[in-house]
Design a binder for this molecule. Structure first.
Ligand code: 13P
Ligand code: SF4
Length: 303
């Protein structure tokens, strides 16, 4: 079967089954093109909280599908490849976080959504890259624990007077981006604006014009006065940037900025998932109740 006929079959079957297909901005272009909604982690959590679909097919990685299952318990949440994980989320465990809380009592825990349900359940509030500063600022305490992404934590630290205790996690895909890549592209394209993700190293953020979530990059690229952009994040976003801005140029900082887990989701797997309604992502109720509190508290923070 060719790509178009698989895409048509997916759309037909999704309509028959009342399924909604959500896709992250890093997904393959053909996956973004068949999705009902494409967005960043915050937009996808908001969408999952409001859709009343029987089935949500989550084209992203495991923690995203888990978040959808927690906040939309009446939906059956399917992840087309059960192995699509996130190495950063696996850099911290609930037991490790409990030890950190014991060592630093009285500090609330802000947990990046790139984490397991068990870690969220041990946290006071979640955040994404789009709302991390606002979430931290929403807390009355002057000192906080921030897990698991140290680079997002460093970025937030620069925007707030609060004292932040970090966990040493990081995203291997974003850690591959080096400041010289940005500087070389800036020299080649002096009119281009450089936008990078806060999961990048601080020395990369320091040479960028803007530090933004993937949703923030999509909006930033709409600036009618700017025609060229240097893009410091996972390559998948280039598809949407070029599709929505046909007259503009987008230069990825590195062909190595690819998240292999995001790329595990293919059209064939989406079709198979819709046909079989598997693999399903479920969260044990005891954990889900606590994790839901942290996610809902985040969704209440105005961005
Ligand atoms: P955004 O929330 O900016 O889309 O970042 C997501 C991410 O890192 C997914 O891995
Ligand atoms: Fe995890 Fe990084 Fe992939 Fe995002 S890009 S899913 S943080 S490994």
């Amino acid at each position: 079967m060719n790509t178009d006929s698989i895409a048509n079959k997916i759309r037909t079957l999704a309509a028959e089954k009342g399924a909604v297909i959500l896709a992250h901005n890093y997904q393959l272009g053909e996956i973004q093109d068949i999705a009902d909604f494409v967005g960043d982690s915050l937009e996808l959590s908001q969408r999952a909280a409001e859709v009343r679909a029987k089935i949500i097919v989550f084209c992203g990685v495991h923690f995203m599908a888990e978040t959808a299952a927690i906040i939309s318990p009446e939906s059956k949440v399917l992840l087309p490849d059960a192995h699509a994980g996130c190495p950063m989320a696996d850099m911290i465990t609930a037991a490790g976080l409990r030890r950190m809380k014991d060592e630093l009592p009285g500090r609330p825990v802000v947990c990046y959504v790139n984490s397991t349900a068990g870690v969220k359940a041990e946290s006071d509030i979640c955040c994404t890259s789009a709302n991390a500063v606002k979430v931290v600022e929403s807390l009355p305490e002057d000192e906080i624990i921030f897990v698991p992404d140290q680079y997002l934590g460093f970025y937030v630290q620069q925007q707030t007077n609060k004292r932040i205790h970090f966990w040493p996690g990081y995203c291997p895909t974003h850690a591959r981006i080096l400041p010289e890549y940005i500087l070389e592209l800036k020299a080649e394209h002096p009119g281009a604006r450089a936008m990078v993700h806060p999961e990048c190293r601080p020395e990369v953020a320091a040479v960028a014009d803007a530090v933004l979530s993937t949703g923030g990059m999509i909006r930033y690229a709409r600036d009618p006065g700017v025609k060229e952009f240097i893009v410091g994040t996972e390559m998948g976003i280039i598809h949407r940037l070029r599709k929505e801005n046909p007259g503009k140029k987008f230069y990825p900082v590195s062909e190595q900025a690819v998240c292999p887990n995001m790329k595990l989701i293919t059209l064939d797997k989406v079709l198979y998932t819709l046909e079989t309604e598997a693999p399903r992502v479920e969260v044990e109720e005891e954990v889900a109740v606590k994790a839901r509190r942290a996610i809902e508290r985040m969704l209440e923070v105005k961005v």
